[in-house]
Design a protein around this ligand. Structure first.
Ligand code: ZN
Length: 247
């Protein structure tokens, strides 16, 4: 059976003499692993369109044994400007790793694809604070995947806001000043809480549209990252590399 879909390459590996095995986040079928025969031959027509982080239109064959083979891939966006900036590239690779971790298999993944594409597009433009893009991708992807934190109100008394609030990066619960637990919470100014609410609850076209002073963006990024590391319980080498390079 052959079908068309669009998607972005989130993993790329070598197999055989000149073949590639890639993992693609597709719009229609979520994350799939597929063979791109001959794609490591520089003369092959699919050489750039099946490379890591390339966004392409695909014609894919699914064999009777359930193996996916890319018949054709036409590049729509290769994000060329990312390739020359190791910090932004490492962040884009981390986004791809995280997408692999959180996106569904064999089901529609349009929301994940839009989020990943928009984030990488903003990275490639280089106009926005990198940690803001990172925090939005992390928190929004967790939310879509079913791990939205409980940030509507204080988990204990239900009050909507206090000047400073406390967020548990373990349970995703929020507490007001009165109810703060003694340990394992991060102190957040209300502006950062408002930003997290914006990322989780806004329509997808508006999630990046907020501004905070730089040190609060850093705090937002740190708290989001801690929560994400607790939820996914794994290490991300690309993220560690990004943090090391951008400190
Ligand atoms: Zn409270």
């Amino acid at each position: 059976m052959t079908f068309k879909t669009d998607g972005i390459i989130i993993r790329e590996g070598a197999t055989g003499e000149q073949d590639r095995i890639v993992t693609v986040l597709t719009r229609d079928r979520g994350v799939i692993k597929a063979f791109a025969n001959g794609a490591r031959n520089p003369k092959n027509k699919n050489v750039s369109s099946t490379g890591l982080l390339c966004y392409s239109d695909f014609l894919i064959n699914k064999t009777q044994k359930g193996i996916y083979v890319i018949r054709e891939a036409i590049a729509k966006e290769v994000f060329f400007s990312l390739r020359s900036d190791i910090v932004r590239l490492s962040l884009a690779q981390y986004f791809a790793e995280l997408t692999y971790e959180l996106s569904p298999r064999e089901e529609n993944s349009g929301e994940y694809l839009s989020l990943l594409l928009n984030s990488i597009y903003l990275l490639s433009q280089g106009k926005r604070n990198l940690r803001q893009i990172k925090a939005v991708l992390e928190m929004r992807m967790l939310s879509i995947a079913g791990y939205m934190p409980s940030i509507v109100a204080c988990a204990s008394c239900g009050s909507f806001e206090s000047e400073t609030m406390f967020f548990s990066t373990v349970t995703g619960e929020l507490f007001c000043e009165e109810c703060k637990p003694l340990e394992k919470t991060v102190k957040l100014p209300l502006g950062v809480v408002t930003a997290i609410r914006h990322i989780c609850f806004s329509e997808s076209g508006k999630i990046f549209s907020f501004s905070l002073p730089e040190e609060r963006i850093t705090l937002l990024s740190d708290v989001t990252e801690k929560y994400l590391r607790n939820i996914t319980a794994r290490r991300y080498k690309t993220l560690d590399f990004f943090n090391m390079m951008s400190d």
